[in-house]
Design a protein around this ligand. Structure first.
Ligand SMILES: CC(C)(COP(=O)(O)OP(=O)(O)OC[C@H]1O[C@@H](n2cnc3c(N)ncnc32)[C@H](O)[C@@H]1OP(=O)(O)O)[C@@H](O)C(=O)NCCC(=O)NCCS
Length: 199
């Protein structure tokens, strides 16, 4: 329970009294864990994360700093989220491609990397083994079956790329010279060989 948390720098994160944190889990300073959530041993959660209600985080999952996990998300072994990732409510990760109840595939869990600043929309599903690029944006309800480019905006089932999103979460409209300006931050982006970079 809560008295078994290994905190970094000896500062306690906030763990709601209904949440369970198993011995050996590592929780960063300033992280909050809300009602009915369960963090398993050897999970590593960075600083200033927010873990919503009814979230399950399996052993060996790694979350960077400032990761926001909305309600009802299960994050299975094999998932690694970099800093500033947003996981929308009830989004789904998988870690076995061909599960069968009677066949033990423990130890064969596929990895899924979610790059810095990426957003996964509500109720989206990420089929395992497909990495999500930095600042990619997965629309609500999308089913991701392929690796996703940095800054790509994906929707649908199977998910298809319909555009690009800025780090602020605004659509990027590239002109003929391959330049786009984020309407909110006014930051400038370049599109070259189907790769987006921030100037
Ligand atoms: C993908 C998304 C960013 C697009 O936003 P947008 O650029 O404002 O898009 P629009 O609402 O103008 O829709 C553009 C078109 O895409 C369709 N569309 C929008 N979101 C879609 C989605 N998630 N899946 C499928 N189609 C979608 C719209 O129906 C519309 O289709 P049309 O041109 O045939 O009419 C947004 O709809 C979304 O899914 N955001 C995630 C929200 C979320 O999950 N939040 C979680 C925490 S609250």
């Amino acid at each position: 329970m809560n008295n078994t948390i290994k905190t970094k720098e000896n500062e306690s994160p906030f763990v709601h009294e209904t949440a369970f944190v198993d011995e050996g889990a590592s929780i960063g300073v300033g992280t909050k864990i809300w009602h009915f959530s369960h963090i398993m041993s050897e999970a590593e959660i960075g600083e200033r994360c927010n873990i919503g209600q009814n979230v399950m985080i399996s052993s060996h999952v790694v979350l960077g700093k400032n990761v926001k996990v909305q309600n009802n998300v299960s994050i299975y072994t094999g998932v690694i989220c970099e800093d500033d990732v947003f996981l929308g409510p009830s989004c789904v990760f998988t870690n076995v491609t061909n599960p069968r109840s009677a066949i033990n595939r423990r130890g064969q869990y596929a990895k899924t990397y979610v790059g810095q600043g990426a957003t996964i929309g509500a109720n989206a599903t990420i089929v395992c083994g497909h990495d999500i690029g930095r600042y990619a944006f997965i629309g609500a309800g999308a089913v991701v079956t392929k690796t996703v480019n940095d800054y790509a905006l994906m929707i649908g089932n199977p998910a298809r790329q319909i555009g690009w999103m800025s780090e602020y979460g605004c659509r990027l409209d590239f002109d003929q010279s391959g330049t786009a300006v984020c309407e909110e931050s006014l930051e400038v982006y370049k599109l070259n060989n189907y790769k987006v970079t921030k100037s």
